[in-house]
Design a protein around this ligand. Structure first.
Ligand code: AMP
Ligand code: MG
Length: 404
């Protein structure tokens, strides 16, 4: 049996090779439309940000170095510099009234905040009440970005902050990878779409809507192939359709080797498949292969298993096809608020974090069955229960937050 980490690495390696060979297409789009898109170039700043030295506070700009120390009392105010205005050079032995963001006048080397100043009764001279240091309250040109800095690296998924940073250097458009298309279908004769009447033995299809929502969070285009009956021919037809329209095919259910499970046979007839009994719970089995050279990922049907394998396997697969470099998920040490006997598979336990004695402590959801989807609503994430170990209350365990 493969470990989950080995499985993910194999999938990511195979998919990134495909990308190198086929080159994902790119497009130039406005930065305001670029949220969550993946940058296809290193973006280099043509300018320094901020473009000029400016004041960090409302106050008075002075020249500490050259001002006559006797005259730090009653300095004449020689000009007024609000933000957005080009100032005159600072006259010797004077102060300039300046506001946050105002350009530092040539010759000034400090800003004294207004709370440390006193105006005379006419409002024309200012006295400084505290010692002043050179450089005080000045935001230097380029303190955020230097000209020619790589501001956003190729492969970065753009957040609101990246977009703000691109705007700060005057950028209008950014080159991104085209959105990938993910075809999704659910298998199972028992499945009925919400809105229809349930007949005896039927259940509502929860994976379809959940997988759509998970894919939307990753900013892919969805190709909806509906529900496929537990029959070989229908499964092959769905896979063929999917391969014609999508960059990745994801199915749920039907990946075991029971008589009612046809995904394995269908994929093998149309392409190739590795059926993996991954050493994890929930989640075994997961299938990975290709249909007409389009990568295929078969997730288990149990809704919790579908979610967990989506987060652990489908998410990195999608991100790799989007052009993002793979990053091993970050986990954090937390205190186990429960005791659990030795396990043989790597388990992803649904837990909620609470603070006890100042430390994050994981509480276990009572029913860890892979059919209990409400456990995922309750949980903040997963404690990773390593195979061949037991967990004692109070010990340190690794916590992985839930995607969302
Ligand atoms: P399977 O992987 O097809 O053997 O399904 C395992 C379990 O998950 C069965 O109890 C199915 O009824 C259930 N299941 C499969 N697909 C779905 C789905 N799309 N929505 C809700 N439950 C499902
Ligand atoms: Mg089934």
């Amino acid at each position: 049996m493969l470990s989950i980490e080995q499985t993910i690495q194999q999938i990511v390696d195979e998919l990134s090779q495909r990308i190198e060979n086929t080159q994902i297409q790119t497009e130039l789009i406005k930065i305001d439309a670029a949220l969550r898109r993946v940058c296809a170039d290193d973006v280099v700043s043509p300018m320094a940000v901020p473009p000029f030295d400016n004041s960090a506070m409302d106050g008075y700009a002075i020249n500490v170095k050259n001002t006559n120390l006797d005259q730090l009392d009653n300095l004449p105010i020689s000009q007024r510099i609000p933000a957005g205005v080009a100032p005159q050079p600072l006259q010797t032995n004077t102060a300039a009234r300046i506001f946050t963001g105002g350009v530092m006048p040539d010759g000034a080397d400090a800003v004294v905040i207004q709370e440390h100043c006193q105006l005379d009764e006419h409002g024309t001279c200012v006295s400084l009440l505290k010692p002043v240091y050179i450089g005080e309250n000045i935001r230097r040109q380029g303190q955020d970005i230097q000209a020619n800095d790589v501001v956003v690296a190729k492969g970065t998924q753009l957040s609101a902050v990246h977009i703000g940073l691109l705007a700060s250097m005057g950028c209008i458009e950014v080159r991104v990878y085209k959105k990938i298309k993910v075809a999704i279908f659910s298998t199972g004769d028992e499945l009925v779409q919400p809105g229809q009447q349930l007949q005896p033995g039927q259940i509502y299809n929860s994976n379809r809507s959940m997988l759509f929502a998970l894919c939307r969070q990753l900013d892919v285009e969805i190709v909806d192939l509906g529900v496929v009956a537990d029959q070989l021919n229908e499964t092959m037809t769905a896979l063929n359709q999917a391969a014609q329209q999508a960059d990745l095919i994801i199915s749920s259910g039907g990946v075991s080797v029971g008589e009612e499970d046809h995904v394995k046979d269908a994929v093998e007839q149309l392409g190739h498949l590795n059926l993996w009994k991954i050493n994890m719970k929930p989640g075994k089995p997961v299938a990975f292969g290709a249909v007409n050279d389009i990568p295929f990922l078969g997730l288990p049907g149990n809704p919790v298993s579908s979610f967990v394998t989506f987060q652990l396997i489908a998410q990195p697969a999608i991100q790799t096809l989007q052009g993002q470099p793979y990053q091993v998920p970050v986990t954090y040490p937390v205190v186990a608020g429960f005791t659990k006997a030795l396990v043989t598979r790597q388990e992803y336990l649904r837990v909620k974090l609470q603070t006890h004695n100042g430390l994050p402590t994981a509480q276990l959801f009572g029913n860890q069955s892979s059919g209990v989807l409400s456990s995922l609503c309750w949980a903040d994430g997963f404690v990773i229960h390593q195979p061949e170990t037991a967990i004692q209350e109070g010990q340190s365990v690794q916590f992985m937050p839930m995607m969302g």
